[in-house]
Design a binder for this molecule. Sequence first.
Ligand SMILES: Nc1ncnc2c1ncn2[C@@H]1O[C@H](COP(=O)(O)OP(=O)(O)OP(=O)(O)O)[C@@H](O)[C@H]1O
Length: 359
Amino acid sequence: MLDIENLEHAYGASTVLRGLSLHIPAGEVGCLLGPSGCGKTTALRLIAGFEAPRAGRIRIGGLPVADARPGQEPTLVPPEQRFIGLVFQDYALFPHLSVEDNVGFGLRRWAQGDHQRRVDEMLALTGLDAVRRQRPTELSGGQQQRVALARALAPRPRLLLLDEPFSNLDVELRERLSLDVRELLRHENITALLVTHDQHEAFAMADRIGVMHDGRLVQWGSAYDLYHRPASRFVADFIGQGVFLPGEVLSADAVQIELGVLRGVDVAQCDGGSCLALGRGAAVDVLLRPDDITHDDASPIQAEVVRRAFRGAEFLYTLRLDSGRQVLCLVPSHHNHAIGERIGIRLAVDHVIAFARPD
Ligand SMILES: Nc1ncnc2c1ncn2[C@@H]1O[C@H](COP(=O)(O)OP(=O)(O)OP(=O)(O)O)[C@@H](O)[C@H]1O
């Protein structure tokens, strides 16, 4: 439904997108995730038609909406003819219109009966029926964002673009709303592209996530792949929590670190390939997630608690190894250990992810 090929864009002399390509099949939700300034919003603006690309192609539902090639006049379909729904963080609702009139705004050319039926349907789907006659200013932030979503979805757009849609809401509401929106998009079979720097939002909503860095897509995959099979050190650092411990390649699926030998249930990966490609004895940095280390009183390996964060069901402990290096460990919260205490730990690594140590 959305096809992007080699998209490039610059503001004046500063290049912001450097060959962005991605594909989102019909009915799927994709997400661009990345640090501030990496070009996420620019990508969305090019897809919506608010900016013209310097090079590259965008197709929506198979139809070219932007095509820029060197030496040729670019093809550009204006934004209103791209049949895209937009949801931004600042809601942008019409304050003088009721909730139902906001939702029906894009349906002015629909026949009266169809218009009413669609508005009723959207209000029911977004749980706004009880507030249909109120003004947006009389609603909570979460309700306002539901109105913005209902308004964007009502005309059945070919593609929905969401730019940091929940960033004005508190964390708990954000998580609930992301899951609700996911359900709604599935129900309506909508293809969508979300832009966020919040990975929980991305994990809750998206089928595929693209991590962007400096105008490039550095990995495009499921949340599981990004977390467990990061293709680069940047992705490993950006997604989830973890630390790197120095290690040495022993064989195709074994790496030695100070806590023991890691044998990959999956083959050990170094920078996306086999560690053996780096050679036996190669120096690597091994990624250890908090769930790669478990607490075990019987273990001969001991580490000192230096920090602890209570997470309800779990503690996230920061532990100092005898070498002085630190690791993270997620432990059920009934194991309540004090700072300074030494506790037993065990490796529980499913697949080894390592990166060649930079010189
Ligand atoms: N209209 C503009 N004119 C000039 N430079 C711009 C313009 N819009 C964005 N930029 C620059 O382009 C780069 C990418 O901006 P963009 O908004 O796409 O990033 P982003 O990944 O969405 O960041 P954020 O998460 O902070 O919104 C930034 O360095 C920004 O300063």
